[in-house]
Design a protein around this ligand. Structure first.
Ligand SMILES: Cc1cc2nc3c(=O)[nH]c(=O)nc-3n(C[C@H](O)[C@H](O)[C@H](O)COP(=O)(O)O)c2cc1C
Length: 389
């Protein structure tokens, strides 16, 4: 493996190894990409308080997310088409997460199916649901997730319709890719990826093809997904899904204090403060800027996780210090996966862990659970969601 010291190192190798269509799919935000960009740059506006002459031995990054022990409070976020970033990508990432001791979340829009991931991994994983109009499909997929012993349902609320990513339209994104002359020319330079794909049968949306009515091939799938996302999703339907599931529930895609309070009222075990990595409402505030007001609004009544923009262990530390109990990473693990498969995801987790652990020490903290606002120096106005800074 190449020498990787940062997630950005993995990003560079990922870009070289994975077909442009799937790289662009991952590395884009919606429309102007304002939110996609600010998710990252807003982390850099926060500074850390440097402390010295404190005992830095015996440190621990261990914590809990929804009552589950984690080696560090960083879960792998649901990422659609992970199995197109690397052959059998969901299984590879879930294995790496399991070995590291952090949760893996399987997307509804994954390539490997729920059953396939359960069969090829040892640790229970979380399942992410997009609410579809077809309630029979919803009921069946929830039952499949229960049968596979998924330990939490992550219900995504910020994608009732899809924000536009220009490159996906221009590239003709599809799984598996359509072999146009441009795609063939690109694939000729991505032999490692191609060899992997030739060696696997997992190339379609495994949770959907053969499970949704009438969806037996890729063409039918495109039409089904385009019209299936439920535009009428509301809190009553969320409660119905909560009752159908009956287990631990995480509501993902909350980026406003009022929505966070609603999520708390319906009894979510956790919420994920998120703007979908800048892929939905372009112009929305970064999730790290919304976090303080959400923490204040929720007042400890539910557990708070944060994603969108995390690329370093320092970012993780800042989110925890601002009141998140846990975090999720999307692109940071995909870069590792595209660069080096399961070993690449393990390496990405290792990098984040080392950064978190050492930064914690240099802040004068030995226990990840003791991080707080006292570790941060905040820019004026950052914590007030009613002002743009
Ligand atoms: C390529 C890609 C696909 C995604 N697919 C899903 C998905 O299927 N379900 C979902 O809830 N979120 C999805 N997300 C959002 C992630 O779960 C997460 O919120 C986001 O990646 C966090 O931002 P980050 O990539 O900056 O860490 C996707 C994100 C990316 C980058």
């Amino acid at each position: 493996m190449a020498v990787y010291t940062t997630i950005e190192d993995m990003h560079r190798v990922y870009k070289r190894r994975v077909p442009k269509m799937f790289y662009d799919y991952c590395e884009s935000g919606s429309w102007t990409e304002q939110t996609f960009t600010e998710n990252k740059t807003d982390f850099q506006k926060i500074h850390l308080r440097q402390r010295v002459a404190v005992d830095m031995s015996n440190r621990s990054t261990r914590s809990e997310m929804i009552g589950q022990d984690v080696a560090m409070p960083v879960a792998l976020a649901p990422v659609g088409l992970t199995g197109m970033q690397h052959a059998d990508g969901e299984i590879a990432a879930a294995r790496a997460a399991g070995k590291f001791g952090v949760p893996f979340t399987l997307s509804t829009m994954s390539i490997c199916s729920i059953e396939d991931v359960a069969e090829h991994t040892e640790k229970p994983f979380w399942f992410q649901l997009y609410v579809m109009k077809d309630w029979d499909f919803v009921a069946r997929i929830l039952q499949r997730a229960k049968d596979a012993k998924c330990s939490a349902l992550v219900l995504t609320l910020d994608l009732q319709l899809m924000g536009q990513r220009h490159k996906d339209i221009k590239n003709g994104l599809s799984a598996p890719p359509k072999l146009t002359p441009a795609v063939i020319a690109d694939l000729a330079t991505k032999w490692r990826w191609g060899m992997g794909m030739l060696g696997t049968k997992r190339r379609f949306f495994g949770n959907i093809v053969g499970h949704a009515k009438g969806v037996t091939d890729a063409a039918a799938l495109g039409a089904w997904t385009a019209e299936q996302f439920d535009l009428e999703l509301d809190w009553a339907k969320i409660e119905r899904i909560r009752d159908m599931w009956g287990g631990k529930l995480i509501l993902k895609g909350i980026n406003d204090p009022e929505d966070a309070v609603m999520a708390t009222k319906i009894g979510a075990d956790a919420i994920t403060v998120s703007n979908h990595g800048g892929r939905q409402l372009d112009g929305a505030m970064s999730s790290i800027r919304m976090l303080p007001s959400i923490v204040d609004a929720v007042q400890g009544d539910t557990e708070i996780h944060l994603d969108s923009g995390i690329r370093t262990g320092q970012d993780v530390l800042k989110a925890l210090a601002l009141g998140a109990k846990g975090t999720m990473i999307g692109r940071a693990f995909v870069y590792g996966l595209g660069a080096g498969g399961e070993a690449g995801v393990s390496k990405a987790l290792e990098i984040l862990h080392t950064e978190l652990d050492k930064t914690m020490a240099l802040c004068g903290e030995r226990d990840v659970k003791a991080l707080g606002r006292h570790n941060l120096i905040m820019p004026q106005g950052f914590e007030d969601p009613t002002v743009s800074i």
